[in-house]
Design a protein around this ligand. Structure first.
Ligand code: DC
Length: 224
């Protein structure tokens, strides 16, 4: 079916502010929002809970994708009736999501679910391969990034606010490891080409990023 809805794809490394910024852009423009990382994280949670590994239980993981009842609501992310919004943000879940993300069969089986979000309304979505693989037709593609140190500092501040005792060095190490895993994998690596607009927010506020993306979107619409 021809997709008539407009899509803004925001890809970038972990803790680059994609989620916060994508959500605000969606609110400003009246678009729906899809956090594709939350899908990988929800699957990761089930994989951890069932003590599965990609090496030994790939087909079981693939069948979890078809059976998991994942929903996004105003109150958060749910599997069946359980609100998993907090659990999916844990470091170990993010790391498992990144491991699952390296597998082509898992990625392929998540495609239709992700694409179904663009069948009802215009969409802002964030992830690693939203503009390159999932929604190549996106009208605007942004590659959002910041230095690893800045991203580690932001993550550290977030975790401290949540009352978690964390070490800056281990956060930075995790960020560098996840960048490496997400960028160097064979399937759908985190990457960008000339169709992407690069937005480095090391020294920009959230509001400045949102306003830049909305301006780019309006310019794109005017010229199309
Ligand atoms: O965006 P995030 O940090 O919530 O994503 C968690 C992990 O999920 C990320 O390290 C890699 C994987 N992921 C992916 O491979 N492709 C996406 N589109 C989104 C996330």
């Amino acid at each position: 079916m021809l997709n008539i809805y407009k899509i803004i794809a925001i890809d970038g490394p972990s803790s680059s502010g994609k989620g916060t910024i994508a959500k605000l852009v969606a609110q400003k423009l009246g678009f729906d929002y899809l956090d594709s990382g939350a899908i990988y994280r929800a699957l990761a949670l089930l994989v951890i809970k069932n003590e599965l590994t990609v090496e030994k239980n790939l087909m079981q993981i693939v069948s979890l994708i078809t059976t998991m009842k994942l929903s996004f609501t105003q109150d958060g992310v749910f599997i069946d009736n359980e609100n998993i919004s907090a659990k999916i943000r844990e470091e170990k879940t993010g790391m498992m999501a990144s491991i699952l993300g390296k597998n082509g069969l898992i990625r392929e089986n998540l495609l239709n679910f992700q694409r179904s979000f663009a069948l009802k309304n215009n969409l802002v979505t964030d992830g690693r391969d939203m503009g390159s693989v999932v929604f190549p037709q996106a009208i605007l593609k942004i590659f959002l990034t910041a230095s690893a140190e800045k991203r580690a500092q932001r993550r550290f501040n977030q975790l401290q606010l949540l009352g978690k005792s964390v070490k800056m060095e281990s956060i930075l190490r995790d960020i560098i490891l996840r960048d490496e895993q997400d960028s160097n994998r064979e399937v759908a690596p985190l990457t960008h080409d000339s169709r992407y607009k690069l937005l480095d927010n090391t020294s920009l506020t959230i509001e400045e990023c949102v306003s830049k993306i909305v301006t780019w979107y309006n310019d794109t619409i005017r010229c199309s």
